[in-house]
Design a binder for this molecule. Structure first.
Ligand SMILES: CN1c2c(nc(N)[nH]c2=O)NC[C@@H]1CNc1ccc(C(=O)N[C@@H](CCC(=O)N[C@@H](CCC(=O)N[C@@H](CCC(=O)O)C(=O)O)C(=O)O)C(=O)O)cc1
Ligand code: HCS
Ligand code: ZN
Length: 750
């Protein structure tokens, strides 16, 4: 039987971020026709690019987020949005972005990736419905172009487990049966509409699952496969080994299973032990959907050949959706060929899948081509090696990761003269179109480097003046010189390459261009010192030096896979350690090292977490361990639930930790309390994800809630995260309220 080819999903933001631009225009002008036309065009282009595959995934397009699409699909729009009386599209965007006094759905990390999804809300009164118009419209649209789609849905178990119970004590699994009623109906509707396959994504199976959850999985797929009118079902597991869920799925009557052999190559052996899989199609996810290295095609062919021997029918696929990689390497005309030749983006990965399919189907000519491609791949030892960096990492001593005890530092830092409930912000100020234009103008040669620098200094002056006027205690320079908090550093470190158009969706219309960490990392010279010193020269108040930490730099880059992440993290940490030293020499008394992604890289399974926290916390401490006692080290975390890394956060040993908390109404305080966190902490009191200006009353209430857990001399008052996505008027008003609420509460302290 011939081997089948597919990919599990595709990017949707557009090769030149067409969807981002269309969305932001729509939010400004309300031109729905233009937005829909862009959506249609992007879908058509995607289907064209996927034509060479045996099965083309559908429903990979979304105007904002696939989980949010399922909220509408299953009639789960919370009442506070329905009451707004908006059109379906505007209701959808209201859930994503909030509106006036209506808070949006929570935004959180999609597993251990840098993609963020909106969290569906469930409560004791939840009832499900079915609104399949988007899915049906797309099927018809594709069919008119001669393309048959395999609609991709989030599987029922993952959907429930990723949702949030908004009433206490609701076990979301109790909603499985009524939700399955809707899936059964949906399958019938899709069957009726001519879909012969449906893909159900169950990435939650890569996490530890309880027996009750595995039982729910069995019930779910027994029920779905027993549905009278349904397409064939492909269940996709990815981001890791599905563990105990593998035999459960194998025992159900699903027709096909997709497994991620990049993150879990050992699965081939486990699959061989399950005779029921000899009657199913198994898709081998051998092309990495999350990293940009070319597939080692020869190795992939051997893996696929091994798998083919133990399953009913072999399929070849990507390890997960290609949502997490950029569109097309071909447009990257500025990449060093020594790096570029080792890469494959989404389009190239589709070609790899097609090529592998042909090779497995015994086309020996293709195998010869494969070998040629393989030979062109540089040998791992050709990676940019820097002996000095390797020796320095090898020479790191435990004391390099250790500052003097906190109490000694606290005494030394009293020289900063900060009040109780010290106020600060997280770093960035609005990255307006004008600020971005400064960089674009330099790049296009419209302004000179000195003009560029002067315009940035003007931005810094504006940020410092505002902070002084508002009366903040520890200031920031506002980061106007940075395109992105990771890319900026990557552009200034050896061992990284950056792309021109390698955009990857982070959330909604927001994108990032993850740098490519391809060799040994070192710092040719100071990176941030000039801007920070300039800002400090404008004020007597302390200005924070502002760096991105080693774990976050790794998490938000595409990282070499030929050595342990721990080694790569230490290389980055040493570069940052030198930057900290230079900042201190230039007069910085406070240095912040952001680690918003500390939670993100946390392994999905408990058993792997300790080792991760050891090296990640160690890298942060190596970056900051050289700071003298009198220098106050801050760190900042956001975008996550922190419970699972709370001991890691403690282990960072930062003097002050600012952390997202406003959206979750200070949930993190419970976690900090549970470990007896004893250093400075700033739980966010201003939700910066929404344009809403928090009132003084609101901020005061959050400060009071925090004071119940953290004493005033260790409590910091700050927003949840940086202000780069906000406008100046909102920022001014919000920070004014933040400072006045703080002053009011301060006045009541004994
Ligand atoms: C904190 N977050 C971050 C994550 N990952 C990162 N790598 N960085 C992060 O900051 N993950 C978790 C969160 C996710 N949050 C965000 C928030 C905001 C953005 C964002 O705003 N992204 C921007 C792109 C940023 C950027 O690289 N800008 C460049 C390029 C600007 C540009 O678009 N230039 C145009 C020309 C414009 C002109 O005016 O002429 C062009 O090149 O065509 C820059 O500023 O120089 C976005 O627009 O989406 C991301 C993640
Ligand atoms: N210093 C960064 C942290 C974002 S997580 C900022 O303020 O944007
Ligand atoms: Zn943040």
């Amino acid at each position: 039987m011939n081997t089948l080819t597919t990919v599990l999903g595709y990017p949707r933001i557009g090769p030149r971020r067409e969807l981002k631009h269309a969305l932001e225009t729509y939010w400004r002008t309300g031109d729905q026709d233009a937005l829909e036309a862009t959506g249609r065009r992007l879908r058509e282009e995607t289907w064209q690019q996927l034509q060479g595959l045996d099965s083309v995934p559908g429903n990979t397009f979304s105007y904002y987020d696939q989980m949010l699409d399922h909220v509408q699909l299953f009639g789960l729009t919370p009442a506070r949005f329905r009451q707004l009386g908006l059109s379906p599209l505007d209701t959808y965007f209201a859930m994503a972005r909030g509106r006036d006094d209506v808070a949006p759905l929570e935004l959180t990390k999609w597993f251990d990736t840098n993609y963020h999804y909106l969290v569906p809300e469930l409560d004791g009164t939840t009832t499900f419905g079915l609104e399949p118009e988007k899915l049906l419209g797309e099927l018809a649209e594709a069919r008119a172009l001669g393309v048959e789609l395999r609609p991709v849905l989030i599987g029922p178990l993952t959907f429930l487990l990723l949702s949030k119970a908004t009433t206490p004590d609701l076990n979301v699994l109790t909603l499985l049966e009524p939700l399955l009623d809707q899936y059964v109906e949906l399958l019938a509707v899709l069957d009726q509409a001519g879909a012969s396959w449906v893909q159900l994504d169950e990435p939650a199976l890569a996490q530890d699952r309880t027996p009750a959850e595995l039982d729910a999985l069995l019930r779910a797929y027994d029920r779905l496969t027993a549905a009278p009118d349904r397409p064939n079902l492909l269940v996709a597991t990815y981001f890791g080994d599905p563990g105990g869920a593998l035999p459960v799925l194998a025992a159900t009557a699903i027709e096909a299973l997709a497994v991620d052999l990049v993150s879990a190559p050992g699965l081939v052996r486990r699959i061989a032990e399950l005779p029921s899989l000899r009657r199913k199609t198994v898709y081998a996810g051998v092309v990495d959907g999350r990293n940009v290295w070319r597939t080692r095609l020869g190795d992939a062919v051997s893996t696929c050949t091994d798998l083919r021997a133990v399953v009913g029918r072999l399929g070849i696929s990507t390890s997960c959706s290609l949502l997490h990689v950029p569109y097309d390497l071909e447009v990257e005309d500025e990449l060093d060929p020594a790096v570029g030749d080792r890469l494959a983006f989404a389009r190239q990965k589709v070609d790899e899948v097609v090529l592998l399919g042909r090779a497995i189907n015994e086309d020996y000519g293709v195998l010869v081509d494969l070998e040629r491609v393989k030979r062109r791949l540089p040998n791992e030892s050709d990676l940019l090696r820097d002996q000095a960096v390797r020796e320095r990492v090898a020479g790191v001593r435990p004391e390099d990761r250790q500052r003097v005890p906190y109490e000694e530092r606290r005494t030394a830092q009293q020289a900063l003269g900060l009040p109780a409930l010290a106020t600060t912000t997280i770093g960035s100020f609005p990255q307006t179109a004008d600020v971005r234009r400064i960089r674009t103008d330099l790049r296009a040669g419209r302004i000179t480097r000195p003009e560029h620098d002067e315009r940035l200094r003007t931005e810094i002056r504006r940020a410092i003046e505002l902070q002084e006027e508002l009366g903040l205690d520890v200031l920031v320079h506002g980061e106007p010189e940075r395109n992105d908090m990771v890319q900026y550093f990557a552009e200034r470190l050896d061992g990284f390459a950056t792309t021109r158009l390698g955009w990857v969706q982070s959330y909604g219309s927001r994108c990032v261009r993850p740098p490519i960490l391809h060799g040994d990392v070192s710092r040719p010279g100071p990176i941030t010192v000039g801007w920070t010193s300039y800002a400090q020269s404008l004020t007597d108040r302390p200005v924070k030096g502002m760096l991105t930490g080693p774990v976050t730099i790794l998490a938000w880059s595409f990282v070499r896979d030929d050595q342990p992440l721990a080694t790569t993290a230490d290389q980055v940490a040493l570069a940052l350690r030198d930057e900290v030293a230079d900042l201190v020499t230039a007069g910085s008394r406070v240095v912040q090292v952001d680690e918003p992604a500390l939670r993100e890289l946390l392994p999905l399974r408990e058993a792997d977490r300790k080792a991760y926290l050891d090296w990640s916390v160690g890298a942060f401490r190596l970056a900051t361990g050289g700071a003298p006692a009198a220098v106050q080290v801050h760190t900042h975390l956001c975008y996550s639930e922190f419970g699972a890394v709370i001991t890691g956060i403690d282990g960072l040993d930062a003097d002050v930790t600012t952390i997202e908390a406003a959206r979750s109404r200070m949930e993190v305080l419970g976690d900090l309390g549970s470990i007896g966190f004893r250093r400075g902490v700033g739980p966010g009191v201003y939700d910066i994800h929404s344009p809403r200006v928090p009132s003084t009353d609101e901020v005061r209430a959050l400060i009071r809630a925090a004071l119940a857990v953290v004493p005033a001399d260790r409590l910091w008052i700050n927003p949840d995260c940086g202000l780069k996505t906000r406008d100046w008027p909102e920022v001014r008003d919000s920070l004014r309220n933040l400072v006045s609420a703080t002053r009011e509460v301060r006045a009541t302290l004994g």
